[in-house]
Design a protein around this ligand. Structure first.
Ligand SMILES: Cc1cc2nc3c(=O)[nH]c(=O)nc-3n(C[C@H](O)[C@H](O)[C@H](O)COP(=O)(O)OP(=O)(O)OC[C@H]3O[C@@H](n4cnc5c(N)ncnc54)[C@H](O)[C@@H]3O)c2cc1C
Length: 326
């Protein structure tokens, strides 16, 4: 990704990240994360004590942290624009606002969209929030379903964004389905705080007011969704309650940066996770591919799939080649 950004003059900054343990109970998980990073080939990882944490992030408080020097931030709009430019230069076409509505497979795929018809030898479905539906259009009967979870953010007021230098993340806890709120400095200099995770009432439900009855009924009548709720009742309720109460959101952020106050948090944006849930109520944490003759469906591509998009593309191409030369 950094090589691609260099080539296309896309602004990015390798600023490093700290993953912060705020109490001793988190230490075994922090150590495990450190070991996994080393096993995955990350060099120069550092375990930090409280003093070293303060050197990197003077306003963060924790008992220990892992410093990951390879982490960075990028202007992803510009990455997407550069990808479009590259595709176009190589003779491809990017067609926006053109929903795929039907798929037929005979000798080749026939792809019928809002703006016309196309043919293809191989179909790759990366339709994010609608990837399960597109997979069903292609004749798959996999019962995994996308349930949209909105992630809401606040932005630190500019006069207080000195409280965060770069990226401050909590230690992931496998007991919880979502990572938890954290701080991310953006390439434009502002600091985002979030995201939480609340059920969105539409697949593109960026606000509570965005309601799509078809999407909502589909989520509420899916057994996997209710099994998920039964598995994590208090977490789901806490996430919803925190979404409605800014002071609770602030309280969660104070675990990482105790000086943060409610008044430091200005309005931010929101994103919707295209989260695949299995029929048994399990939240899929990894990539989920469905293979079909001459088609590949990417039905779950969780974060950091944007950062890893070029590596995922390599994986997709390898799988496509395998399909042609089994
Ligand atoms: C709050 C939040 C924070 C995140 N933070 C990070 C981060 O820090 N780093 C990171 O790497 N990742 C992050 N992610 C994850 C990242 O955004 C996703 O993993 C990534 O966008 C998945 O890429 P995708 O191509 O599979 O799907 P998408 O990016 O969702 O793209 C799917 C595309 O398919 C189109 N589409 C849908 N249906 C149809 C149809 N029927 N016909 C034609 N087109 C269709 C959509 O319009 C869209 O353009 C975050 C996500 C959220 C929600």
């Amino acid at each position: 990704m950094t090589a691609f950004c260099d080539l296309h003059h896309v602004p990015y900054r390798i600023c490093g990240k700290i993953v912060l343990a705020t109490d001793k109970e988190e230490m075994p998980r922090l150590h495990a994360l450190y070991q996994r990073g080393l096993a995955n080939g990350l060099t120069d990882l550092q375990m930090l004590g409280p003093e070293e944490i303060r050197e990197r992030e003077p306003h963060a408080a924790g008992v220990a942290a892992v410093y990951v020097p390879q982490e960075g931030i990028v202007d992803f709009h510009k990455v997407a624009q550069a990808l479009v430019q590259e595709i176009t230069l190589r003779g491809g076409v990017v067609r926006c606002s053109s929903r795929v509505e039907r798929l037929k497979q005979s000798v080749r795929w026939q792809i019928i969209s809002e703006t016309g018809e196309d043919e293809a030898d191989f179909l790759i479905n990366c339709a994010g929030l609608h990837s399960d539906r597109v997979s069903r259009l292609a004749g798959n009967h996999d019962r995994t379903q996308i349930v949209p979870f909105r992630g809401e953010y606040y932005r630190l007021r500019p006069e207080r964004d000195y409280l965060v230098r770069n990226l401050i993340y909590p230690v992931p806890d496998p007991k919880f389905p979502f990572l938890g709120v954290h701080f991310t400095r953006q390439i434009d200099g502002c600091v985002e705080a979030g995201p939480n995770a609340v059920l969105a009432f539409a697949r593109e439900g960026y606000r509570y007011a965005d309601i799509n009855l078809k999407d909502l009924i589909e989520s509420l009548t899916y057994g996997g969704f209710w099994r998920f709720l039964l598995r994590y009742p208090s977490i789901c309720w806490d996430e919803f309650y925190r979404s409605c109460r800014k002071e609770l959101f602030c309280h969660s952020l104070q675990r990482l940066v105790p000086e943060i106050q409610v008044d430091d948090l200005g309005p931010g944006g929101a994103g919707v996770r295209a989260q695949a849930l299995s029929p048994s109520g399990e939240l899929l944490q990894d990539f989920y591919f469905i293979r079909q003759p001459h088609a590949l469906h990417v039905v779950n591509a969780p974060s950091p799939a944007a950062t890893a998009s070029l590596a995922i593309a390599d994986e997709i191409i390898d799988r496509m080649k395998d399909a042609f030369n089994p």
